[in-house]
Design a binder for this molecule. Sequence first.
Ligand code: MTE
Length: 248
Amino acid sequence: MHRVGNKFTNYNNFYEFSTNKTSVARKAENFVTRPWTVEVGGLVQTPRTFGIEDLLKFPQEERVYRFRCVEGWSMVIPWVGFPLKTLLENVEPLSSAKFVTFETLYDPKQMQSSFYAGIDFPYVEGLRLDEGLHPLTILATGLYGKQMPNQNGAPIRLVVPWKYGFKSIKSIVKITLTENEPPTTWNIAAPNEYGFYSNVNPNVAHPRWSQKTEQRIGEYTRRETLMFNGYADEVAKLYEGMDLKKDF
Ligand code: MTE
């Protein structure tokens, strides 16, 4: 378990700092995450800016989730956090709100990528509102019982366990409720490779590789990838009637 923990905190995708997975932790070492605020607004009754200390007052729970990166590796991670639903209920979404969008801090003074990472910043992501309100969707403030390491998205990040890891946006400063589907970072960069939904789906190949199997970090043989990353019983109903090959 310890070994996997070490892997997880030293094998990262956080392009604001580096595109080299094993360099992120070192480059993010001095990332300043206090004070930190998250501005929640858009189509809500009561827009509000939360300090990280307010967000840590929501009851925190441990959630052990499978995590599957679109690149084909996976891990099992004990997150600490609270349902996104708890936060959204606090600001009372209007009935016109259909999507929830997220934005990562972008501070070039601290995030010293001296090269073009292939994506634009700030990193942005989004969910349909019913996905955002699903009880499995959490805002994570820690892992392995500790506060969130910088490289994993301190002080607060999204975790959507049935979607590819890039949907789980890090170091969030802004959450906005919208009527229309928002642009998302990887979809802007390569729309034919990364869809808005990006649900884990072994039956829909990435244009450049199969998604049927995955390498669990620390294991020696590949595992079968499960539909919705193994969470089909909980989430398949969200996508009833949709063509998952088209809306990938
Ligand atoms: N969030 C931001 N802001 N920047 C990123 O580069 N990478 C994504 C996602 N969230 C990324 C991000 C990708 S591709 C993955 S797989 C996960 O974060 C990796 O999370 P981890 O480093 O905690 O494993």
